[in-house]
Each structure stands twice: as structure tokens, then as C-alpha cells.
Write a new protein. Structure first.
Length: 272
């Protein structure tokens, strides 16, 4: 299991400097974001010079690129917004393929018009599921064409809120290219340690064999997000249970400051 971090944890828009910071903080791999290469996270296109700069930075630092962010609101109520997001996703998927990055991470979206990470009451409407299913079919066509997997993450604010939702979508899509990113802190909003452990355990069992990457974010009992190891998530149990399913992919932390990163790297290395 490789320990990684979101590249955006560190400031900068030059791949070499960002990946040097990732390495120096103690991480072997990263989930990259094109904002770390001076582009929008979801650009219209990714120039060849940018691809070369990212690849050179990875080679020079030894930091592996295990995922690339491709999040847009797949359930936005405005179809034109969804179409624009899909067009930009195509550029991200092409970049991932050129860089041999195996996974592009998605956001299953929300009916909230202003923020793709904010809940909306209409998320539970069947039309919202229908929209993301149509969107996902198109995204998977792109992924198949370029040999890249797509990662969906159960998230309380989005359409796919649970492990069961994620498995339902995978079953409906019928594609081995659709994988799961499992973040224990996104599986619940408020819980004590025992409740959180039970929720996370059930999710690991449900998604076994379908998890491409795990995230390491934490929550306090009152629902606020926390740095890994500071909240109610039992990370030792999380890692052990993932290993028991045969998972040996990257464990990538986020939701922390650059200053906190080295200590979190030490904490996670101690678990794996």
C-alpha cells in the first residue's frame, strides 16, 4: 500500500516544485491536479508542454502519479453545464492517458447549482440519478477509449452517498472501468468512534474488490472534518480491513495543511 497526498496540499503552479514538496513531506505518490501545473483543474485542453513538464517532474522526484482530478458537477440541473463539464473531462482523461495515470477521480454531483460538494434536497429525486447515469455512460466511453479507470467516491453531499449507491451505479454501468475511491470520513456526518467503525466496516465489505484508491481524511464527532488520526475514524482498523480484502492500492490523504503533511505521512506509514 503506497502512502500519498493531494498535490494541491502544497502551494505552487509548477509541477517540479509541487512534487518536490510532496516528496520532501514523505509521500511516495500523489493524486495530481492540473492546477498544480498552472492550468484550471478542468481545462479546455492540456498542452503537450504541460504533459512533458508533469512527466519530467514525476521522473525527477520519484513521486508516482496515481490519480488525476476530473471533478465536475455530473448532476447539475443545467444540462449545458453538464455538457461543458464532460467536454473538459475528456481533456483530463486524455492527459491521464498520456501520463500513464491509471485513475481519474469524479464527483457524482448535486442539484446544488453553486457548489458541487454541497447537498441539495433534490439529490434524492430519481431524475438526479438518471442524469448522473447518462453522464457516467458518456464518461466511461471516454475512459474505455483511452484506457483509464474512473473513480467515484461515496460522499454525503452528492448523489452517490454510500457504498451501496456506488455498487448500484457500477452494476448499472456494467463497466470494469468504473471503480471506487473510499474515504471513511465521507461515509457519515456525525458519529462516535464505534458508530464510525461500524459504518466504515460495512462499506469496506460492500465494496471489496472494487476499490481503486483509499482516502485518508477524518471527522470529529460533531461532523467537522479533521486531519487523519485526529478524529473518530479508526485508521488502524480501516487499513487492516482494506488489506484483508486484498486491497494494495494507494492511500491518499487530503484536507490538511502543508505544515501538517509530514506528521500525517509518518502516521499513515506506521499503519501500513
Amino acid at each position: 500500500m503506497q502512502i500519498g497526498v493531494f498535490a494541491k496540499t502544497f502551494p505552487g503552479s509548477e509541477p517540479a516544485g509541487v512534487l518536490e514538496a510532496v516528496r520532501d513531506a514523505g509521500f511516495a505518490v500523489t493524486q495530481f491536479n492540473l492546477a498544480c501545473a498552472g492550468l484550471p483543474s478542468m481545462p479546455d485542453k492540456v498542452p503537450l508542454d504541460t504533459i512533458r513538464a508533469i512527466a519530467a517532474a514525476s521522473d525527477a522526484t520519484g513521486v508516482g502519479l496515481v490519480a488525476l482530478s476530473g471533478t465536475y458537477n455530473m448532476a447539475h440541473p443545467d444540462r449545458a453545464v453538464r455538457e461543458d463539464g464532460l467536454r473538459r473531462l475528456a481533456a483530463v482523461i486524455e492527459a491521464a492517458s498520456a501520463l500513464s495515470i491509471p485513475l481519474v477521480t469524479l464527483c457524482t454531483g448535486t442539484r446544488n447549482r453553486d457548489d458541487q460538494w454541497t447537498h441539495h434536497p433534490d439529490n434524492a429525486d430519481p431524475s438526479a440519478w438518471a442524469d448522473i447515469a447518462r453522464e457516467m455512460e458518456k464518461a466511461l466511453e471516454l475512459a474505455e477509449r483511452h484506457g483509464v479507470d474512473l473513480g467515484i467516491e461515496p460522499e454525503q453531499a452528492n448523489i452517490v452517498t454510500s457504498a451501496d449507491d456506488a455498487m448500484r451505479l457500477i452494476a448499472e454501468m456494467g463497466s470494469k472501468r468504473l471503480r471506487i475511491v473510499l474515504d471513511p470520513a465521507n461515509l457519515f456526518e456525525r458519529a462516535d468512534t464505534e458508530e464510525a467503525r461500524a459504518i466504515v466496516t460495512a462499506a469496506i465489505e460492500t465494496t471489496a474488490g472494487h476499490v481503486a484508491m483509499a482516502h485518508a481524511k477524518d471527522r470529529f464527532a460533531d461532523g467537522r472534518f479533521a486531519t487523519a488520526g485526529q478524529g473518530v475514524v479508526d485508521f488502524a482498523d480501516f487499513v487492516a480491513r482494506l488489506k484483508a480484502t486484498g486491497f494494495d492500492g494507494p492511500l491518499v490523504t487530503h484536507g490538511l495543511s502543508a505544515e501538517e503533511a509530514p506528521e500525517v505521512a509518518r502516521f499513515l506509514k506506521g499503519l501500513v
